[in-house]
Design a protein around this ligand. Structure first.
Ligand code: FES
Length: 126
């Protein structure tokens, strides 16, 4: 958190890849200026998360890309959201790839970086 009145560090823009290099449902791990970042293609949209889990610092972005059990009113389990959830490689906490939001605790969020696509190049803003 930046204290009130302090200047925010300007974001730098990095060319991560060509959009054709990251197929639907895939990810790539990047080292951008010393930051380890996971870049994901979910449904044709690109999202970037810091490859460090907010739980105990595990390599979050190396975990399986999956779905999750949906809330139901009955005693059954319904599986859904396939391809939009990242399960941490260490202890299995689940996060929305799009937002970085933890499914375990709404107060916990993985660090997310803005992504843009310009002339077919996927750019990560750090
Ligand atoms: S380090 Fe990710 S769930 Fe524990």
């Amino acid at each position: 958190m930046v204290p009130r009145g302090a200047k925010r560090k300007a974001k730098k823009k990095y060319v991560a890849c060509r959009s054709s290099d990251l197929p639907l449902g895939e990810r790539m791990i990047l080292d951008l200026d010393g930051k380890n970042v996971g870049l994901f293609n979910v449904g044709g949209q690109y999202f970037a998360l810091h490859n460090r889990c907010p739980h105990t610092g595990g390599p979050l972005c190396l975990g399986p890309i999956t779905g999750t059990a949906q809330p139901t009113t009955g005693r059954n389990f319904e599986y859904g959201r396939e391809g939009s959830i990242l399960r941490c490689a260490w202890h299995g906490w689940e996060f929305e790839i799009e937002t970085g939001q933890s499914l375990v605790d709404p107060k916990i969020r993985a660090r997310k970086y803005p992504v843009t696509v310009e002339d077919g190049e996927v750019m990560v803003h750090i």
